[in-house]
Design a protein around this ligand. Structure first.
Ligand code: 13P
Ligand code: SF4
Length: 349
């Protein structure tokens, strides 16, 4: 089985498991939430969550002075927060990024099993050999990668800053080696006109969005704006009214005049969308081809592994601490810091 096919099987297995799993009863959920709040305080810990995690985890992060955001802001927030312990609800690369940027802090995750198809599809040995074949290129890697891949890079970027960084490098005449997301890399290449050589990786969630399905949906909602995450295929990006990171999608949903929005990213974002823009209607973009049994399967199976019970468990008992090889961490901190410094210097739009 190829990496991509096996990653797709993980999604199918995981979605099947979610449907099978009995829901934790409401009373137990209240107890878990109270316990998490108490333990965060006792442990001088702060909860840093991504928009794709369970809405109850996002709410807890907000209520306890943590943060809910895209991956760029998660990195910045974790680095700059004075708490001695970070609890990162998201996927592995987010926990590793937090540890690399704050080696002196303890970083925990509800589960260390939550990875990402982009990270899986970019093993360090092959990636390093690819870089060695192209020594004339500046190596730009997406944040959705291992610590070892970051350590091999000149720049790390997230989807919210990728265009600006590559535009800047292009203006200096630099040629780019981009990894791992081919869709985001191709989008960056088209938008900036830079010379970008692509690694062949993809997000198993965003790759499934279907342009034809969105066009069919537009017949039902002709006034809806189409908001797309750039990990989606070019055919989907081509029909978007706006393309951007999760935070940029939320801002566009607030700022665009349309009353209805078709959203091509993980459904976890609907919690924040509905909270911040309650007067608008959000419709998930279809992922299903003809004959499929689910209309949209836009749920990252790894993000969904973060739950109230495993979050409470790590706070109570420890375990699931994120460790990064210190030598790799020192190397990986350089391109990550370069990204955060670049973002901080960028005029606010
Ligand atoms: P953002 O940086 O836009 O939050 O994206 C992270 C991610 O993993 C999207 O699939
Ligand atoms: Fe990775 Fe895609 Fe999940 Fe984001 S949604 S963490 S890119 S698999």
């Amino acid at each position: 089985m190829t990496e991509q096919a096996s990653a797709q099987q993980v999604v199918r297995d995981h979605l099947a498991k979610i449907h099978e799993q009995p829901q934790v009863p409401a009373a137990e959920r209240v107890e878990l939430r109270d316990k998490i709040k108490r333990l965060l305080k006792e442990r001088n810990a702060v909860l840093v969550a991504h928009y794709y995690t369970d809405p109850e985890i996002q709410a807890l992060a907000e209520e306890t002075g943590g943060c809910v955001s895209d991956s760029l802001e998660m990195a910045r927030f974790g680095r700059d927060h004075p708490a001695s312990t970070l609890v990162v609800a998201g996927v592995k690369f987010m926990g590793e990024t937090a540890k690399i940027l704050s080696p002196e802090k303890q970083v925990f995750m509800p589960t260390l099993e939550a990875t990402c198809s982009l990270d899986i599809g970019c093993p360090i040995e092959e990636f390093s050999a690819f870089c060695d074949q192209h020594p004339d290129r500046t190596v730009v890697v997406y944040a959705n990668t291992s610590a070892a891949v970051k350590a091999r890079a000149d720049w790390v970027v997230t989807s919210s800053i990728a265009l600006d960084v590559v535009d800047h490098l292009d203006s200096e005449g630099q040629k780019i080696l981009w990894a791992p997301d081919k869709h985001l890399g191709d989008y960056v290449r088209r938008e900036t006109g830079a010379d970008v050589l692509l690694w062949d990786g993809a997000c198993i969630v965003h790759e499934e969005f279907k342009a034809q399905g969105i066009l069919d949906l537009k017949k039902v909602y002709p006034d809806a704006a189409v908001l797309v995450h750039p990990e989606s295929p070019a055919s989907v990006v081509a029909i978007a009214d706006m393309v951007g990171s999760t935070t940029q999608i939320i801002n566009a949903a607030r700022d665009l005049p349309n009353k209805q929005m078709i959203i091509a990213t993980d459904q976890g974002i609907f919690y924040k969308l509905q909270q911040l823009v309650p007067d608008k209607e959000f419709i998930i973009a279809p992922t299903a081809g003809s004959g499929a049994t689910c209309r949209s399967c836009a749920n990252c199976p790894w993000m969904a592994m973060n739950a109230l019970d495993n979050l409470a468990y790590v706070l109570e008992h420890g375990g699931n601490e994120v460790h990064v090889d210190p030598a790799l961490g020192v190397q990986a901190m350089k391109p990550l810091t370069r990204m955060l410094d670049f973002a901080a210097a960028k005029p606010k739009s």
